[in-house]
Design a protein around this ligand. Structure first.
Ligand code: MLZ
Length: 447
């Protein structure tokens, strides 16, 4: 069952209603299941859904109407309750097995059974339904099929690829796909004997590439042997499976140029940074000024069209606190800094200035990967929107855990995504839900 992993004790529906929060709509997440089919899902849509208010042991269904859509979840009201009776309203993930287009029961010969609470309200349910359903909007007939198809992931178990080394972000390693959940991959580092030496990322993540990529662009890679490209019995993932980079005519970045960049080791900060290396195919190695390890082990590769690097003064223009180099004293002024270090700023026209109209707004709720521990998918809120860039806040956690991510990032998901694919969701810290979850874990682990 897809729902068995739903977060014990955490109830998105109640959480959203209690604080009157909006969830970011599914169609804002291009990599998310059903994103292309979601604009039709709205208030007023009618569905056939399991009747939970019925004292028979078999599964029976009834019609319900969508009152509110929040990510994959919807607040539903059974037909017959009227406009103001919310007694039996319930939250339901629309992509679960028990939600169907109106007409589904009839096609398979299942009876529709009205809820017990209002059973005696009407004597002729049939004519009531006919009247209520004429001209009503419902789900497309192939909705369930679309859900199933959207679960497909082109990566297969045991495929090999190149992945960023989480212990040293300046180099790559060979990874093997060991688990796939909803398009997210658990990769095991091939050279490691430790069973839990793994890394979670989405299949569209910019930190994975095909075998041979490092050699092609001139990136460092740690390999167990010279023959790492072919291992008998294992299949390499084809280059077409990976997220394409934005085509660029020429990469004008030069070694030594200064810029602003999201710190890959502390994603709440946008920092003063330097181009340390220019690789092939438009890739750069970027170092964060003032915190660079002597040997460049903390340099990080960003494609020159990456939405995570910015021209000098980006922060100032957008009213973001720029993080100056660690040893910098006094107020940081770019002009002074460039003069003192005798360096030049990377010209603004070298950066990706594509305008993305994404629809994210401050306050919207979502599920977001904690990139410092990418196994964790957490309850989160859009704290700020700066052009295409989002500042994601993890509910219940200090602001220093916040992360800047692109609005198209494959590390953010709609509300209800974890429930849909069967991935564990981290509830807000310090919440009652979190406390309950802890209590359950303690109870379970008692001898
Ligand atoms: N071990 C870490 C987990 C933090 C998870 C935060 N997620 C938003 C800590 O306790 O600091």
């Amino acid at each position: 069952d897809r729902r068995e992993y739903s977060c014990a004790g955490f109830d998105w529906g109640k959480y959203l209603v209690d604080d009157n929060n909006e969830a970011a709509p599914v169609h804002l997440f291009p990599h998310a299941q059903m994103a292309d089919h979601w604009s039709e899902i709205e208030k007023g849509v009618k569905v056939e859904v399991l009747n939970l208010d019925c004292p028979v042991p078999t599964k029976v269904y009834w019609i319900a109407q969508v009152i509110k859509v929040s990510g994959y979840k919807a607040l539903l009201r059974y037909e017959g309750f009227g406009d103001s009776d919310s007694r039996c309203d319930f939250w339901c993930n629309l992509c679960t097995h028990d939600v169907h287009a109106v007409g589904w029961c009839a096609t398979i010969g299942k009876p529709l059974v009205p809820p017990k609470t209002i059973q005696f309200k009407y004597s002729n349910w049939k004519s009531f339904l006919v009247q209520r359903l004429t001209g009503a909007k419902t789900l497309p007939n192939d909705f369930q099929q679309r859900v199933v198809e959207s679960m497909n992931c082109p990566f297969l178990m045991n495929m090999r690829l190149e992945v960023m080394d989480k212990t040293q972000i300046s180099r790559m390693r060979v990874g093997i796909v060991e688990e796939i959940i909803g398009g997210r991959l658990r990769l095991h580092y091939e050279d490691s004997d430790e069973p839990n030496d793994d890394f979670w990322c989405h299949s569209r993540s910019p930190v994975i590439h095909h075998i041979g990529w490092s050699e092609k662009v001139g990136h460092r890679i740690l390999v167990a042997s010279k023959d790492y490209k072919v291992i008998p019995g294992f299949k390499n993932s084809k280059p077409e499976l990976f997220a394409p980079t934005k085509p660029i005519k020429v990469c004008g970045f030069k070694v030594g140029m200064k810029l602003e960049a999201i710190d890959p080791l502390n994603l709440s900060c946008i920092c003063v940074a330097t181009v340390r290396k220019v690789l092939k195919n438009g890739y750069l190695m970027i170092g964060i000024d003032g915190s660079e390890a002597m040997n460049g082990t903390d340099w990080f590769s960003y494609h020159c069209a990456s939405p995570s690097i910015f021209p000098v003064s980006f922060c100032e223009v957008n009213d973001i606190q720029l993080t100056p180099p660690k040893d910098h004293k006094g107020t940081f002024l770019w002009e002074r800094y460039l003069e003192d270090t005798n360096t030049e700023a990377a010209p603004a026209h070298l950066f990706n200035d594509e305008v993305i109209s994404h629809g994210f707004m401050p306050g919207m709720k979502l599920e977001a990967v904690d990139l410092m521990e990418p196994r964790l998918l957490c309850v989160a809120t859009v704290a700020r929107v700066v052009g295409r860039l989002l500042r994601v806040h993890f509910d219940g956690w200090e602001n220093e855990y916040d992360q800047w991510v692109d609005s198209q990032s494959s590390d953010i998901y709609p509300v209800g995504w974890c429930e849909l694919v069967g991935y564990e969701l981290q509830p807000p810290a310090n919440s009652q839900a979190a406390a309950d979850t802890q209590a359950i874990i303690k109870k379970k682990s008692k001898p």
